[in-house]
Design a protein. Structure first.
Length: 150
């Protein structure tokens, strides 16, 4: 049972564009990271994103390269400061999903799944970074399987 956490790519500052779309560098890095993830033969069921422009663009690039079975969807409760507990039920029900989101949400989610404490930092996720967590169904615990950084 795998869970892939992806931080959106580098974006244009809100002072330049309030929608904060991906920058040119962000577009290139996200594509490269999606291609690296494809080399790991990831079989995704679905990609979820927060709906913010930079996360949606990142998710679209990953969808084009990884071709998840059920595409991608915007999901509520994936914004930077949202409570991680709203997404836990979905994570437990669906195998092999990717969440494209933001900090501090992604790092808190990873921390909680692995340690049981969202405030105990265990991984730093830079823009375009990917963290793969895997759950040992018999033991019921999550662990970081691998990390890809740009």
């Amino acid at each position: 049972m795998a869970l892939y956490l992806v931080r959106h790519g580098e974006c244009v500052p809100k002072e330049i564009n309030p929608d904060c779309p991906l920058s040119d560098r962000g577009l290139v890095e996200v594509k490269r990271m999606a291609e690296l993830a494809a080399m790991k033969n990831i079989e995704l069921i679905k990609i979820l994103h927060s709906g913010k422009k930079r996360a949606e663009q990142t998710a679209i690039i990953f969808r084009a390269i990884l071709k998840p079975l059920f595409g991608l969807d915007q999901s509520i409760n994936l914004n930077p400061n949202d409570d991680i507990f709203y997404i836990l039920g979905l994570i437990e029900q669906v195998d092999n999903i990717m969440i494209v989101g933001h900090l501090p949400f992604l790092e808190k989610l990873a921390s909680y799944l692995v340690t049981g404490n969202e405030e105990e930092p265990i991984v730093q996720v830079p823009t375009s970074g990917i963290v793969c967590l895997d759950k040992d169904v018999e033991k019921g615990n999550w662990e970081i399987k691998w990390v890809l950084m740009p």
